[in-house]
Design a protein around this ligand. Structure first.
Ligand SMILES: *[C@@H]1O[C@H](CO)[C@@H](O)[C@H](O)[C@H]1NC(C)=O
Ligand SMILES: *[C@@H]1O[C@H](CO)[C@@H](O)[C@H](O)[C@H]1NC(C)=O
Ligand SMILES: *[C@@H]1O[C@H](CO)[C@@H](O)[C@H](O)[C@H]1NC(C)=O
Ligand SMILES: *[C@@H]1O[C@H](CO)[C@@H](O)[C@H](O)[C@H]1NC(C)=O
Length: 364
């Protein structure tokens, strides 16, 4: 019996340590597949052996599920624990004190819980490795455009970025690029309203062609042009339904979906770009100042929670919390009280990439 227990402990260690050990590692998709495969085999062997050793069955399943899943959830929930350092740049003067005259940098807080997650700012080669062969779709309004810009800036050099920036910022248009070196395709889809995002996801479903990473968000246009939070809420619920029907394993369907551990299903990673902090007095038109008030912003936020589209309320999308990032960076990080300086979106992109790392290593 001692032998059985030791074997059980060994199996538990492998199951727990393989995914945890991968946490600091940058994996391309192929490597990810390899390690999910290795993990799957380990699990399968474990599952087949454990019936012969009933005393360790509970132990193995409890340890593996609790430790791995909890560790993953905790780290995902800590991803936005960042601090900013905003200082006057050399060109600063009281007459020249725009946001561009402040240097800003950010980093994850050094609390022990956050350090334990070993978040890291991915370098260009890390990010290229992670996204090698992927199809990334970023859809939404100007906030989404800044996310697309930040992601491309991480992957390409500044010479390439000059021309891309021009094309990407053509008003209200879509943009597509294939980064040949890493075979990554990125689509930016201009989709100012939630209904546009719903149309987009229905299109993926119709064509049975899904991106690997889907990043989307909307709200500002609706707030400005409709100023009706409950209508926004209705549109979010439609989007949620559409995304849920897209995903092979949805939170609601659970056991109806493919059985975990059977043929692996490829499921897109879906992110929500939250609205930024709005600084009413800095907004650049009368209509914006009138309609995009703090109260309206609060009502839109409540609808977002209520729609259950976000992971934190049981939905499928992981929030990139631009509000918290922009709030913490502060008034010196924006010129118009709505669009923030590039570092805010860079932070959001790094948070997204870290979430992808966590999810791809520890998905069982
Ligand atoms: C920023 O500049 C304005 C004038 O452009 C001035 O009134 C204000 O005091 C300056 N603020 C700081 C913090 O220097
Ligand atoms: C991307 O993957 C391909 C094939 O797996 C490989 O040949 C190439 O070197 C990779 N590129 C990068 C930048 O990792
Ligand atoms: C987005 O949706 C609105 C309202 O449903 C529609 O008028 C507009 O044409 C759509 N825009 C795009 C780019 O699909
Ligand atoms: C707001 O939207 C809801 C739902 O679409 C609609 O029933 C209501 O009449 C709208 N309110 C206003 C003031 O337009």
């Amino acid at each position: 019996m001692l032998g059985a227990l030791q074997l059980g402990v060994l199996a538990a260690c492998v199951v727990v340590l393989v995914p945890m050990g991968m946490a600091g590692w940058h994996l391309s998709r192929n490597k990810m597949l390899f390690f999910s495969g290795a993990l799957f085999i380990t699990l399968a062997v474990g599952v087949h052996l454990t019936p012969y050793f009933p005393s360790v069955t509970d132990f193995v399943s409890t340890v593996s599920s609790v430790v791995v899943i909890d560790n993953r959830r905790t780290c995902i929930s800590l991803l936005h624990d960042v601090v900013w350092d905003v200082t006057k740049s050399p060109g600063f003067s009281t007459l020249n004190n725009n946001s561009v005259n402040y240097d800003k940098s950010w980093g994850w807080t050094s609390s022990s819980r956050v350090s334990a997650c070993e978040f890291q700012k991915l370098s260009r080669s890390d990010a290229s490795d992670l996204l090698n062969g992927s199809w990334v779709v970023v859809a939404g309004d100007s906030q989404a455009r800044f996310i697309a810009l930040s992601l491309l800036s991480l992957l390409l050099d500044s010479k390439d970025m000059e021309s891309i920036r021009g094309d990407l910022f053509k008003r209200h248009s879509d943009y597509q690029i294939v980064v040949d070196e890493i075979g990554m395709r990125l689509d930016f889809i201009w989709a100012p309203y939630t209904s546009n995002l719903t149309d987009l996801t229905m299109g993926f479903k119709r064509n049975r062609n899904y991106p690997d990473v889907l990043v989307m968000g909307s709200g500002l246009w609706h707030m400005l042009h409709f100023t009706n939070a409950s209508d926004y809420g209705v549109s979010l619920q439609l989007l949620r339904d559409s995304v849920v029907s897209l995903l092979p394993i949805s939170p609601e369907r659970g056991t109806d979906g493919p059985v975990a551990g059977s043929v692996p299903v490829r499921s897109p990673h879906v992110f929500w770009i939250g609205m930024p902090t709005l600084i009413n007095s800095m907004l650049n038109t009368e209509a914006k100042r009138e309609r995009m008030t703090d109260a309206m912003r609060g009502a839109y936020d409540r609808q977002l929670q209520k729609s259950k589209i976000l992971r934190q309320s049981g939905g499928p999308l992981l929030m990139l919390d631009i509000e918290s990032l922009s709030w913490n960076c502060g008034v010196r990080c924006t010129v118009d009280g709505m669009h923030y300086d590039v570092p805010v979106y860079e932070a959001a992109v790094q948070i997204m990439l870290n979430a992808l790392l966590i999810e791809s290593h520890q998905k069982l």
